[in-house]
Design a protein around this ligand. Structure first.
Ligand SMILES: *Cc1c(COP(=O)(O)O)cnc(C)c1O
Length: 421
């Protein structure tokens, strides 16, 4: 891609952007009385203008139908609600519709999946994660290891980057897996690392994991709606995501899980059960004896959170219209443009991988000095970015609603915050 260091170039890119109309479908937050440069879709995605309509339809259904809304006349009967997101989710995840379902929130889902897929024995009990994984994932894994009576320090293997590097090479991961060998029960990686923005090679990690007889799971919090996924073909065993980041489904929004059909269609796969995972044709007979729904649906425990799911459907409809392929194509150009510009700034170092195949839209920046001060200057100038301890400014130009012009203006502001000597 031939980029140019000019606002005119950025404006031209915006004009010929086939996805340019999508920006207008979102509420853009203001900062200091004008539209902000919102580069924090990796933390909380923006609200689609259709969200209120989706939620109001369900409020209306509740008001007018009461309990009848579960089955009757409502556009989307609540009894079936978890089914309405399946088609789009399966496209975003690269999965069969039977392999995905929306439910609960992310860390809760990680626990439910770990109960099913972390089945340690005396010999095979270790878990590999990337070093510096998101704290909630670390706590979840720590507590699961302890729950099974193992020693956390002994059972957890963290893969660190090589000396002087910020991100992992595939051989770092492969050799950790090989070394653990028969003692390895599970590999759990964030598919896109929240701090560095590295997009890990899911297929290769899964292959290496299976080769030593272990299970491969991924946390897709920063991957869902951001990067192309093919969970089914990559033979991933399980995964979970939240929807309030790139999937624009609101704070604390409903999460989702992926269970590969090879496990999900087997009713004997162990799990913690609840009535919504029970065979739907006999669910209301209220009988003894759990009979799981086939597929990921069999992991549902409670009845569906309708309001949260309605918000999710509004956002998924937009993804359906835009298409992940077009979004990824723009994303690569938009983030590439940001990278091209930021490389001109001597005071900034990009820690996210250079190869577009190894990242999503986020770039993580380290200021060589006064990082926090530079970040504060960005905020004052109308940029909503994200500061992560110890020293990262994370910026995510999101292809659905961010523009090339915003990327250019961001660069212009940052140039003043960290002037070249
Ligand atoms: C955002 C994020 C979470 C948040 O977990 P919740 O249960 O939704 O609060 C967990 N893990 C990762 C990797 C994340 O990026």
């Amino acid at each position: 891609m031939d980029y140019q260091d000019s606002l005119e170039f950025a404006q031209h890119k915006d004009q010929i952007d086939s996805l340019k109309d999508f920006r207008d479908q979102f509420h853009i937050p203001e900062l200091n009385g004008k539209a902000s440069i919102y580069f924090t879709g990796n933390s909380l995605g923006l609200q689609p203008k259709t969200t209120a309509k989706y939620v109001n339809e369900e409020l209306e259904g509740w008001a007018t139908l009461g309990v009848e809304g579960h089955f009757h006349s409502n556009k989307r009967p609540w009894f079936e609600y978890h089914k309405f997101s399946k088609e789009t989710l399966s496209k975003i995840m690269g999965a069969n519709p039977s392999e995905v379902v929306s439910m609960n929130s992310l860390t809760t889902n990680l626990h439910l999946l770990l109960i099913s897929f972390y089945r340690p024995t005396k010999e095979r009990y270790k878990i590999i994660m990337e070093a510096g994984a998101f704290p909630s994932d670390q706590y979840a894994v720590e507590s699961q290891i302890k729950l099974h009576g193992f020693d956390y320090e002994d059972a957890l293997i963290e893969v660190h980057p090589k000396e002087g590097k910020n991100t992992l090479d595939i051989d770092d991961i492969n050799s950790a897996i090989d070394e653990a060998g028969d003692s390895l029960a599970l590999v759990l990686f964030g598919a896109v690392q929240y701090y560095t923005g590295q997009f890990f090679p899911i297929k290769e990690i899964t292959e290496a994991t299976h080769k030593v007889g272990a299970i491969a799971g991924f946390d897709l919090a920063h991957a869902a709606g951001n990067v192309p996924l093919s969970l089914h073909d990559d033979e991933v065993d399980f995964a979970a995501w939240c929807t309030y980041k790139y999937l624009n489904s609101g704070p604390g929004g409903i999460s989702g899980i992926f269970v590969h059909d090879k496990h999900g269609l087997n009713p004997d796969t162990p799990r913690l059960a609840g009535w919504w995972g029970h065979d739907e044709s006999s669910r209301f007979k209220m009988e003894k004896g759990f009979k799981p729904m086939p597929g990921a649906d069999g992991w549902q425990t409670s009845n569906v959170n309708i309001m949260s799911s309605a918000i999710n459907l509004a956002a998924l409809e937009i993804f359906d219209k835009a298409g992940m392929e077009a979004l990824r194509k723009k994303s690569i150009e938009l983030t590439g443009f940001l990278e091209f510009l930021l490389k001109k700034l001597e005071g900034i170092r990009i820690i996210t991988p250079e190869n577009p195949a190894e990242r999503g839209c986020q770039l993580s920046l380290e200021a060589k000095k006064n990082g926090k001060a530079a970040f504060n200057q960005l905020t004052e100038a109308g940029v909503v970015a994200d500061w992560r301890e110890p020293n990262a400014i994370r910026v995510a130009p999101v292809p659905l609603y961010n523009t090339f012009s915003e990327v250019y203006r961001f660069y212009d502001i940052l140039k003043q915050a960290v002037p070249n000597e």
